[in-house]
Write a protein that binds this ligand. Structure first.
Ligand code: HEC
Length: 116
């Protein structure tokens, strides 16, 4: 009896392993590593924000890791990038970024605002 329970447990765990693998294969985008500023976020900010948020402008600068991290922690940056087009305070002003870019910045925050 003991042997039988052990065996069925083994079979069950093998089976659940397999089904998890299939599920993750079906996911359209699987982010396997933590999102970091250097690898993922900097290029998005450079392309969409620093034309206005440059160090020499009077606006809050978003050119370095510390500046962007500080803005996430101390302003409504995460809220502003999710606002719909035409909503006051939306960033970037010209229009919402593609959802995958917005998601990367949100995931960066979830992963702990890592630099590298
Ligand atoms: C066309 C110029 C322009 C672009 C591009 C732009 N911004 Fe802004 N941003 C502004 C202006 C002007 C303000 C100040 C007025 C306001 O608060 O809405 C501002 C304010 C902000 C603030 C509030 C700062 C504070 O200290 O409270 C944040 C956060 C912000 N922008 C983030 C971003 C992010 C992130 C991007 C890129 C995804 C971006 N902006 C792109 C012009 C721009």
């Amino acid at each position: 009896m003991k042997k039988y329970i052990y065996l069925s447990g083994l079979i069950l765990s093998l089976y659940s392993c397999e089904s998890t693998t299939y599920e993750s294969l079906e996911e359209p985008t699987v982010i396997v590593e933590d999102v970091t500023y250097t690898a993922n976020v900097k290029s998005i900010i450079d392309a969409n924000c620093i034309a206005c948020h440059a160090a020499e402008s009077t606006l809050r600068p978003l050119e370095t890791y510390d500046q962007v991290k500080d803005a996430v922690l101390n302003t409504d940056l995460l809220d502003r990038i999710q606002r719909q087009n035409g909503t006051p305070g939306q960033m970037p002003k010209a229009g919402r970024m593609p959802q995958d870019k917005i998601n990367l910045i949100l995931q960066w925050n979830t992963d702990g605002l890592l630099e590298n």
